[in-house]
Design a binder for this molecule. Structure first.
Ligand SMILES: Cc1cc2nc3c(=O)[nH]c(=O)nc-3n(C[C@H](O)[C@H](O)[C@H](O)COP(=O)(O)O)c2cc1C
Length: 214
């Protein structure tokens, strides 16, 4: 007999998080946990849920891949005219969530997103596989299309058009850099008494660290 959904649960017991051992700097803590996720072969360790809010105040989420943590900013790449791109243009406040199931960990980050300088987007675009570059150029991300055939035709047409030429980054595609104001690190513990430690950015640029109830 199949297990009812309500009966699917497990104990978390693989680690702990204490204010004695956690880094003072949340970026250092994040990088350590991301490295752990990579070493422990989590599926898609750089995948994060990105939440944005529409002009009407409605939230929406989707998964994107983290492409760097540089100068205290979290970088991802997308289509600026996508649903998330348009929402960020109207409201730059954003939330990022990582879940690493093998390690029984999650991290939430809240902050403000801004477009990356063109040079940063160009540099990353240049490293993308050929077909991903073509895809970024021809896909009107998040818009309604008539069929898969429509996008496949556009792809093939672009391949022929650009044959042998340098593939440039389209203007409507590039990076967002997120500057955090809050981090939360969560480690699953026995009896659902999980460890949660948040960092809040202060006006003087320092981070305060606090333990939260599970
Ligand atoms: C594992 C995974 C990684 C993804 N990475 C990206 C990404 O880096 N950039 C991106 O624009 N979309 C990425 N997507 C697709 C998005 O989840 C989403 O469908 C797309 O960006 C359109 O979102 P929007 O309509 O909310 O703007 C990824 C999806 C998955 C499941």
């Amino acid at each position: 007999m199949e297990t009812p959904i309500s009966e699917i649960r497990r104990e978390y017991s693989k680690g702990k998080l204490t204010q004695c051992t956690i880094h003072d700097n949340p970026f250092e803590q994040f990088v350590e946990w991301l490295d752990d996720a990579i070493i422990h072969k989590e599926d898609e360790p750089t995948a994060m849920i990105v939440a944005t809010v529409s002009a009407e105040g409605f939230p929406s989420t989707r998964t994107v891949l983290l492409k760097g943590v540089e100068n205290n900013q979290f970088i991802f790449f997308t289509n600026y005219e996508s649903r998330k791109g348009k929402q960020l243009a109207g409201n730059p406040y954003i939330s990022l969530s990582f879940v690493w199931h093998k390690l029984e960990r999650q991290v939430h980050i809240e902050g403000k997103a801004e477009k990356c300088p063109d040079k940063v987007s160009d540099t990353y675009f240049a490293t993308r596989p050929y077909k991903s570059k073509i895809g970024a150029r021809i896909s009107p991300q998040s818009q309604v299309i008539s069929s898969r055939m429509e996008i496949m035709r556009a792809f093939v047409k672009e391949v022929f058009k650009l044959a042998g030429r340098d593939i440039k980054r389209p203007d409507n595609w590039g990076g967002f850099a997120v500057t955090p104001t809050r981090f939360e690190f969560w480690q699953g513990r026995e009896s659902r008494l999980h460890d949660r430690i948040q960092y809040i950015l202060q006006k003087d640029g320092n981070w305060i660290q606090e333990r939260l109830a599970p």
